[in-house]
Design a protein around this ligand. Sequence first.
Ligand SMILES: NC(=O)C1=CN([C@@H]2O[C@H](COP(=O)(O)OP(=O)(O)OC[C@H]3O[C@@H](n4cnc5c(N)ncnc54)[C@H](O)[C@@H]3O)[C@@H](O)[C@H]2O)C=CC1
Ligand SMILES: CCCCCC(=O)/C=C/C=C\C/C=C\C/C=C\CCCC(=O)O
Length: 257
Amino acid sequence: MDLNGKVAIVTGAANGIGLATVKHLLKNGAKGVAMCDIDSQNGEEAALLVTKEYGEDRAIFIKTDVTEQQDLEDAFRKTKETFGSIDIVVNNAGIVGDYRWEREIKINVEGVVRGTQLALEYMGKHKGGEGGAVVNVASVAGLGLKSACPVYDGTKFFVVGYSQAISFPPLDKSHGVRVLCICPGFTDTPIATGVLNAYENLKVDTKEIMSYFTMQQPDHVAEGIVHILREGATGTVWVSNNCQPVYQVDFPELVKP
Ligand SMILES: NC(=O)C1=CN([C@@H]2O[C@H](COP(=O)(O)OP(=O)(O)OC[C@H]3O[C@@H](n4cnc5c(N)ncnc54)[C@H](O)[C@@H]3O)[C@@H](O)[C@H]2O)C=CC1
Ligand SMILES: CCCCCC(=O)/C=C/C=C\C/C=C\C/C=C\CCCC(=O)O
């Protein structure tokens, strides 16, 4: 996919990986990005900085709680009204913390399903759309790396499995939307700090945990997202970990086509 002139929606865009993704999409030629986040203070401030750097008419902030269907529907409608089309949806909003596991499931699972369904509704050729691409942000915790938060890990397994399953060929042919999944490793955002605190509470030696990882910057994951938007086939799952270039995960082939 050529990113030039494309219009994107990014959820969880006020901070971290989402904000970095907004900037990288614009830097790589996207026409406009809708920055959706539940946090309007950080979101408005982030959008101001983004428009200062990339142009007044290239980003808008839309206060959106991804667990609320109406919020997301309003966000998609407003994005199309503002920029004229929708070509890319990055379902990135997520939280960590099993002490609030119901909320974790609502945001990390329901938010991704709602965002993907609306993406198919707006971009799907079966609905008169032009096709496009969805990137669902999972985690290496969704590929088997155990964190201190098993419900969080489960939500990310869901994102990996759902993103593959939605690309089941008969469904895929009718909608013409590529659905991709990226699994970041430890990335320098408030989420990472939260994890380290969880380990400390469990009296786990965080120095040892950290010795397995090279903390990467959100920009690194954003570069990976741009790469898979350009190159990735539908249903593929990619890892962006330890500051290494993004790579595709090989899953066992259980059925020979
Ligand atoms: N930072 C890390 O080490 C890793 C992060 N991830 C995933 O990357 C994604 C982004 O996380 P980070 O940038 O690290 O975190 P972050 O905390 O910097 O950003 C998350 C954003 O999501 C927003 N958000 C939370 N609930 C929301 C809701 N209901 N509706 C809309 N927005 C909401 C927050 O306000 C925040 O701006 C998450 O899905 C996370 O699970 C995956 C692997 C590693
Ligand atoms: C609380 C979940 C992690 C939140 C951030 C995330 O999605 C991914 C982080 C990636 C790595 C660091 C997290 C913890 C794990 C570190 C080492 C434990 C290895 C244990 C095992 O897999 O057996």
